[in-house]
Design a protein around this ligand. Structure first.
Ligand SMILES: [Zn+2]
Length: 194
């Protein structure tokens, strides 16, 4: 790939982040997102907002956790690295605290393999097997250990009392997956309550 490809990846990531922010799927500085380019990870830096990202808001990290520029990466970057290192097909990772996915992540009765009820077929079709990760404080070594212990062939995870994290082969595929997860979580919540 060349510089144009890198620019395209930056622009797509910024576009997706903006859309997620504008439509209330993320808020404040709570979400983080990354893409892989030539064995480097470009991840939103600590304390950045999806509503006004620029190329200067990305930290560059190699696959061994070495930070390669002056930007401090999101504190949750080890989970991104775990997904990239586990799945060579993953080229983008998105983590949010989206309302309805997080609602289900806070329910204590979901620690079985059906994390979110699926009244439509799309959760299984688009998100696949959603893997539960037991709670530990955000950014803690314990959370990253729990994530590594839970990691499977799946690229879709729900962090207990925290939120979803998904990976996929492209920025748009990861975006579609995160969106489908949040929509399915919303539908399941509405079906349960009305
Ligand atoms: Zn988080």
């Amino acid at each position: 790939m060349n510089k144009m490809d890198l620019d395209k990846l930056y622009n797509e990531t910024i576009w997706v982040a903006q859309k997620l922010f504008d439509r209330g799927k993320v808020s404040g500085s709570s979400a983080n997102m990354s893409f892989k380019y030539e064995d480097k990870i470009y991840i939103t830096a600590s304390n950045t907002c999806f509503g006004n990202l620029t190329k200067e808001d990305f930290s560059i990290v190699d696959l061994n956790s070495n930070v390669l520029n002056e930007k401090k990466p999101s504190k949750e970057y080890p989970m991104h690295l775990s997904l990239y290192n586990k799945h060579s097909s993953v080229n983008c990772v998105i983590h949010t605290h989206s309302t309805f996915s997080t609602y289900w992540a806070c329910k204590k009765t979901i620690k079985d393999k059906t994390l979110i009820p699926s009244p439509t077929p799309y959760l299984e079709m688009k998100v696949g097997n959603l893997v539960f990760v037991p709670y530990a404080d955000p950014g803690s070594v314990k959370l990253f250990t729990n994530f590594d212990d839970a990691i499977t062939d799946s690229t879709s995870y729900l962090l207990e009392n925290h939120g979803p994290i998904v990976g996929d082969k492209s920025i748009f595929d990861a975006f579609y997956k995160l969106e489908e997860l949040e929509e399915a979580a919303k539908n399941a919540w509405l079906v349960e309550h009305f």
